[in-house]
Ligand binder design. Structure first.
Ligand SMILES: [Zn+2]
Length: 214
């Protein structure tokens, strides 16, 4: 089947390849689990959690959403993220989701930023929660695909920034929990730089939740 047709009508599960559905019940169940604590090499200084390891349905779905234009997978990935956040969050506090930044050109080429869109799906399903897409990467940062772990760290060091406007155009809800969300955690370089960039504008992240961790 050609890629164009698949974009319109997914005919196989994005997690396991089962024909006849875009996302099957088994893959949904595989991601509907308590997040596990992970410790990336580049410590962001806040607890990091993952819905699962970087293999199996989570990995396939994330890659299909990011690299192969399977926009239909944003919905189930967002549902899974919401499930993880519901288990991690404090019940009496509002929740602010900050998507880790994508390289702009890469996000554009892939038809929109799947991490941002996944976070929006998650926030819609959770009470008292919102997405604050405040992180950007500097132009000149290379796409991390194909880089070694050391190259990834060097590529991103000091190059995650926040968009202007915090405190003027928008403010943090009182007593909010701030969680950085991303699709894949490898070295931790992206989330570490993200947490640092948020700290620079006085927005302290309390944790990181990713769909899958390598
Ligand atoms: Zn499946």
């Amino acid at each position: 089947m050609g890629m164009l047709l698949e974009l319109i009508l997914p005919t196989a599960c994005g997690g396991c390849g089962l024909p006849g559905t875009g996302w099957c019940a088994d893959c949904a169940a595989a991601l509907d689990v308590p997040p596990v604590r992970v410790r990336p090499r580049m410590d962001p200084g806040v607890p990091c959690w993952a819905l699962g390891p970087y293999r199996g349905p989570a990995r396939r779905a994330v890659l299909a959403a990011k690299e192969r234009g399977r926009r239909d997978l944003v919905e189930p990935l967002g549902v899974a993220l919401a499930g993880g956040l519901a288990r991690l969050r404090s019940v009496d506090r509002s929740l602010v989701l900050v998507p880790a930044p994508s390289r702009t050109a890469a996000a554009r080429r892939r038809g929109g930023d799947p991490v941002l869109r996944t976070a929006r799906v998650a926030a819609r399903r959770l009470p008292e929660s919102r997405v604050v897409p405040v992180l950007r990467v500097w132009r000149g940062v290379r796409d991390s695909v194909g880089l070694t772990p050391d190259e990834r760290v060097h590529n991103l060091r000091g190059r995650v920034m926040t968009v202007p406007g915090f405190g003027t155009d928008w403010t943090l809800p009182v007593n909010a929990e701030v969680v950085v969300v991303d699709d894949v955690l490898t070295t931790g370089a992206t989330v570490r730089e993200s947490v640092r960039a948020l700290a620079r504008i006085g927005l302290p992240a309390q944790g990181v939740l990713v769909t899958c961790a390598a």
